[in-house]
Design a binder for this molecule. Sequence first.
Ligand code: FAD
Ligand code: FES
Ligand code: FES
Length: 473
Amino acid sequence: MQEQLHFILNNEEITGEFNGSSSLLSFIRNTKKLTGTKLVCREGDCGACTVLVGELIKGNVEYRTVTSCIFPLAKVNGKHVVTVEGINNTGLTPVQSEFVNEGATQCGFCTPGFIMSLTWYLITHSDYDLSGAINALGGNICRCTGYASIIRSAENVINALNNGNTNGSINLHKLIELNVLPEYFAGIKMRLEKIKEKIHAGIVTGDQPVWVGGGTDLYVQKFESLVGSRIALTERLGRSYILEDNNAIRLSGNATFEEFKNSGVIKKYFPGLQRQLNLIASLPIRNSATIAGNIVNASPIGDLTIILLALDATLVLSEDKNKREVKLKDFYKGYKSLNKSEDEIITEIYFENNFKNQKFNFEKVSKRTYLDIASVNTAMFVEYTGGEIKRCGISAGGVAPVPLFLKNTSEFLTGKKIENEIIEEALDIAQSEISPISDVRGSEAYKRLLLNQLIKAHFIEMFHAKIDVKELI
Ligand SMILES: Cc1cc2nc3c(=O)[nH]c(=O)nc-3n(C[C@H](O)[C@H](O)[C@H](O)COP(=O)(O)OP(=O)(O)OC[C@H]3O[C@@H](n4cnc5c(N)ncnc54)[C@H](O)[C@@H]3O)c2cc1C
Ligand code: FES
Ligand code: FES
């Protein structure tokens, strides 16, 4: 679908009519012939196509990494796209030089993606450490060099920049001085402000457009048919938010996984969740994937869905000016069958947050630790007084055709003492509520065993002082 777009690609201002539903990568490689950015998997999995997208947020340009192979072109309207060709001033940047010095590249297909992710880390942080840099590379896969030389390259860059910087934290001007970025970066903020005044990004309506959040599910499953379709971007419904309001936490449907992870509100009430959120997808995918997209995608193992189910979240569904609310646990009617009309969109998700003593835990087991979907995942919310459960919600993924709220188990636990015998009884009830099937992620028996162990893990994580852990495991 042709759409008027206005954005900056590296140092070049682009304006005109383009197919907004095609991929950003296709525009970069086929239209602009910038072939440094590679196409390998076209599924958001390998990171070879990683580019930076910078956006004006509260007066500053904030950059994030995205996998351009599944990123709709329309999403770059009013933004700054940076490919590997856009980071050079004169000669190689320090990041590129270290990859050469350490022999961190063989076939070279993955290399531009690694360079862009590491460059992103340097732009968005002011103090550097190796674990942060390695985290930033979490969405990049190398099939032939091996990671040791790549990690050494990252370490060398960080040490050089930390040592060379004796006065104050590193900022954009310092990065330009150090040749990490070219000079034109200093003028991007002003140029984006000017573009912002000119663009009028309408939401496509009528003729049933396909609603696209991050596109991380749609562009993997339906790439060919989407490229010719009318799409409507949920990001154009309004700025995303995650906030505390009237004893509830409210999330806009278009908030991303990474916004959820970095939200001050989520960190405040769910401090233990940070570690687990890193196990969901990869950074470039989390930067795009939205919460509503995860819910509507209706995968039985959707991670954010499983978290929100345990919190007894409510969905606000909007169609034109009409709004209605549905409990997330009543949203799934069967496999990929939803309590939602085609035109309804999820504009908000909220859950109560007025409990005095509350605990929450999320567990996920997948075949690969990082960048993999779950074999089984589960979350548990508990409000308690002393040793007694006042209120409880347990969800389970990968054990039924839909993301499952374990209603009977949750009801059984409500009002009970936190002790081993009760947990054992709850496990039996949970087993009676699930119907896993054998598939590539594990046999039925394995998934049943996993859920048992993960529910035990909830209690061990949250109430280890109140139970006999040795006896339980
Ligand atoms: C490499 C990779 C790794 C992944 N890893 C994980 C993982 O670890 N855990 C996990 O849970 N998922 C994972 N996913 C799946 C996917 O990223 C998530 O399901 C994501 O939440 C989808 O969100 P989206 O915004 O990209 O959805 P989209 O692809 O934009 O849309 C998905 C569906 O939701 C609809 N939709 C989107 N927004 C709305 C709205 N506001 N209202 C109504 N309908 C809407 C769309 O029309 C479409 O039907 C992974 C995907 C990839 C490519
Ligand atoms: S080509 Fe593999 S993530 Fe895009
Ligand atoms: S250098 Fe070949 S895949 Fe990394």
